[in-house]
Design a protein around this ligand. Sequence first.
Ligand SMILES: Nc1ncnc2c1ncn2[C@@H]1O[C@H](COP(=O)(O)OP(=O)(O)OP(=O)(O)O)[C@@H](O)[C@H]1O
Ligand SMILES: [Mg+2]
Length: 257
Amino acid sequence: MIKVENLRVHFGEAGQRIVAVDDVSLSVKAGECYGLVGESGSGKSTILRAIAGLVDHWSGLIEIDGRPVGRKRDRDFYRLVQMVFQDPFGSLHPKHTIDRILSEPLAIHGLDDAENRVRHALEQVQLGPSFRFRYPHQLSGGQRQRIAIARALILSPRLMLLDEPTSALDVSIQAEILNLLADIRREFGVTYLLVSHDLGVIAHMCDRFAVMRQGKLVEVAANTDLNSGRLKEPYSRQLLLASKGYDRAVVDAFADI
Ligand SMILES: Nc1ncnc2c1ncn2[C@@H]1O[C@H](COP(=O)(O)OP(=O)(O)OP(=O)(O)O)[C@@H](O)[C@H]1O
Ligand SMILES: [Mg+2]
């Protein structure tokens, strides 16, 4: 579903150039959930944004469903690929009703029967029809993220790029949203590229994952490697330790890699 080869993304002009993604290659099978983990600033969101066509300066190859993407993504691309962002408040227009937020992609893509599709999308994220005429500020964080997921789903994409879809939510709501995403994948066979800084989330959701550090891909591992502690790279192992929560002995044992 995704093939990325030698992807490089930079920001800023010569002299102050930041290489956010440095020669990253990865491939994601159809129907798979593939995780991206790594410390803050390691380039995870930038990879998703490059795939989604939201960054200007990139080089390398990006193929979606066997076809290389060009500089500009066309409308058909967004039927295939949708993105859900970390902050469900920032990503929903504050002055638009949920109905308008969900109808807009339908209008853009010339899909009819908006009324039924909106109802159905709300059902898919387990929100009743009464939510249709509310505004984003009248929803909880978890409900807003459900709307963001419904907006992505309403176009029946085959690939969803999920950038920390639950990190702005409290732990119990996080679990609800993750389970919802897992159900959606099971039911519709959607492929996920899921960014999380939390290896626990990756272990729960993903078949395979890549560990990122300073723009580079450090290691690709399978979910089973995580459970049995078979990670190869010291940095990945450290990330795994860190995901077990705050522990004095662990912190003392931290090596400066
Ligand atoms: N629009 C931009 N302009 C300039 N620099 C940027 C831009 N977007 C990202 N960067 C830089 O690129 C690097 C990678 O950022 P990115 O957002 O991909 O990290 P991340 O792994 O998603 O981090 P986090 O876990 O904190 O979300 C960082 O150094 C960041 O400051
Ligand atoms: Mg990010």
